[in-house]
Design a protein. Sequence first.
Length: 181
Amino acid sequence: MPAGSGGTPHKTGPPWGNVAAAVVVLCAAAAALVYLDRLYPVGLGPRQPIPFSHRVHAGIKQISCFMCHDSATRSSRAGIPPLQTCLLCHARIIRTYPYIARLRELVALNQPVVWQRVNWVPEFVYFDHSMHLRRGVDCGHCHGDIRHMDRVAGAVKFEMGFCIQCHRDNRVTHDCFVCHR
């Protein structure tokens, strides 16, 4: 102790009060980010009004894409299934799950679910799902491995370069008027 200070020695040690405060602030920030839906895994698609896991349905349960997206085999659009399609199974399976109850309620009220779109091509591009399926193009080539996605994320950017390269790789015409009508 220095001469003439006349007090008790001041102990220097770790500022535990400051560390605890920093931990509390970091935990509060992390909780706020989770609450604001900012901390979800990379590649996770947009939040949908009714959670639907393609990983469970297409992966674990091995339900074919065409059970729900049946118009893909016969038209240009894959389509979104009517809610009654969901209730083919969910009239008996996990009926009490709140989101399934919400589905039944929407069907009873004849109201649609407004899903967040994940994939699209520009309006000036003509794309026909059925033609690609007839030629043996797997859905995963453009949409990724849906069987491992809870919330679907766009696997590729549907830009002209992607389509042209696929047509070249598969020795298919890349005449402009095939896609731009």
